[in-house]
Ligand binder design. Structure first.
Ligand SMILES: *Cc1c(COP(=O)(O)O)cnc(C)c1O
Length: 422
């Protein structure tokens, strides 16, 4: 079998990588089976029926599909309530909506996990161009830097959050464009407990992007008060066409509902157009699609390690997100890697990615993505800012075997380009 011109060397390397990944694959499959059962139970418990899949228009009053999807989602993630909406334009917009939902003038927000992801920074006043940022509305932002090994400075948490002005303690689960590890649900629980002990009124909010269904439970089942994510990542299962979710404590979800529509209107409005079926179906597929993405990541770690690159996380490391970092050290290798991933995509395989300016990012960013839903990073994609150490951040893979082929194509292009040798 060789329909796409992979060399015997790359095929042999892939064979070895698969063997090295076999124990990790068994663990991923076990989590997937567990989460799939939880998913099915929530659909059954909420009596999801054909009528819930139908669309509404206009104001969307009494949209049963929308309201039931909120309940299905909340139950799976161990939250009291949720807002799952196609109308969130991105993960960033979802996260910022939730922050504006709960923060008020003179409140303080403290990040426990260092500087948040690039696209969140303008809203916190950390970079230019954030019109209507939280500081403009009188919110103070502070952060606890990560330790030099990328871990959380647990000892610093009590003093940083104990002041009564601290309303929000913010945690970013996934690594973003950095080489720190993702934080596990157990670590998030430990952070939440420290916050609550020092300041029982503080709200623990988690940026859960890329984390959903990688483990067997979510932060909202372990002490987090709210969490947010994108539907073109894990919980959309590659089928939801756009959107995001906020899940957590019922009183806080109510505040967020009034923020995302209008004060006094709340969750009574918001038509689902024809997106309900895509969101239900995507959510149902999400455990399996997430498992495919995590397997693709582990395979990539095994493959690239054999080619002599530093990878993070390692093959057998505990994972709490779908991201695989590969440290390529040179700009031309980052370009070759992304070119290879692009050439292995089902859509736009004939396109060459080029680094360019992106809204929300300081450095030029190179992005390889050949996705059915534009920009969906639950589909196989690789990107990286053009800055040291020229790391590629790989994520996605709707199916494991297609993800594996994409990674093999990346290795092939790097070898063909002459930048590396076997
Ligand atoms: C993807 C992501 C976001 C949101 O990004 P969008 O591109 O706006 O969806 C936020 N935080 C982290 C850690 C992410 O990975």
């Amino acid at each position: 079998m060789n329909f796409i011109n992979l060399s015997p060397e790359v095929t042999a390397l892939a064979e070895k990588a698969t063997q090295r990944a076999s124990q990790a694959f068994a663990r991923i499959d076990a989590n997937c089976e567990y989460n799939t059962q939880k998913m099915l139970e929530s659909f059954m418990h909420n009596c999801v029926g054909e009528s819930h899949l139908l669309g509404t228009s206009g104001y969307g009053y009494g949209d049963r599909g929308r309201d039931t999807l909120d309940a299905v989602f909340a139950r799976i993630v161990g939250a009291e309530d949720a807002l799952v909406r196609h109308s969130f334009v991105s993960g960033t917009a979802t996260i910022i909506s939730a922050l504006f939902g709960v923060l008020r003038p003179n409140d303080t927000m403290v990040s426990l996990t260092g500087t948040p992801y690039d696209t969140i920074q303008a809203a916190l006043g950390l970079r230019e161009g954030g019109h209507g940022s939280l500081p403009e509305f009188g919110v103070t932002y502070r952060e606890i830097p990560l330790l030099s090994d990328g871990g959380v400075d647990y000892d610093a948490i009590p003093a940083a959050v104990k002041d009564s002005s601290v309303k929000v303690a913010y945690i970013q689960r996934s690594r973003g464009y950095s080489l720190r590890p993702s934080f596990t649900v157990a670590e998030i629980e430990r952070m939440s407990k420290l916050v609550k002990a020092a300041n029982p009124k503080a709200i623990v909010i988690v940026d859960n992007c890329y984390g959903e269904f990688v483990e067997r439970s979510e932060p909202t089942a372990h002490g987090a008060d709210l969490m947010m994510g994108s539907l073109i990542k894990n919980p959309g299962g590659g089928i939801a066409r756009t959107g995001g979710y906020i899940a957590g404590r019922a009183d806080l979800i109510e505040l967020c509902a009034h923020r995302i529509t209008a004060p006094g209107v709340g969750r009574e409005v918001g038509c689902s157009l024809d997106e309900n079926k895509n969101m239900y179906m995507g959510l149902f597929h999400a455990p399996e699609v997430t498992a495919s993405a995590v397997k693709t990541a582990v395979f990539a770690a095994a493959m690239m390690e054999q080619l002599g690159f530093e990878v993070s996380p390692g093959i057998d490391d505990m994972r709490s997100d779908i991201i695989q970092a590969v440290v390529l050290r040179k700009p031309e290798l980052l370009e070759a890697f992304c070119k290879g991933i692009q050439s292995g995509a089902p859509i736009d395989s004939f396109v060459t990615p080029i680094a360019d300016d992106m809204p929300g990012y300081d450095d030029k960013v190179i992005m390889a993505a050949g996705a059915f839903n534009m920009g969906a990073s639950i589909e196989l994609s690789a990107d990286g800012p053009m800055r040291k150490p020229y790391a590629a951040f790989l994520q996605g893979g709707l199916t494991y075997f297609s993800g594996k082929l994409g990674v093999m194509m990346a290795a092939q292009v790097m070898l063909d380009s002459g930048f590396i040798k076997l």
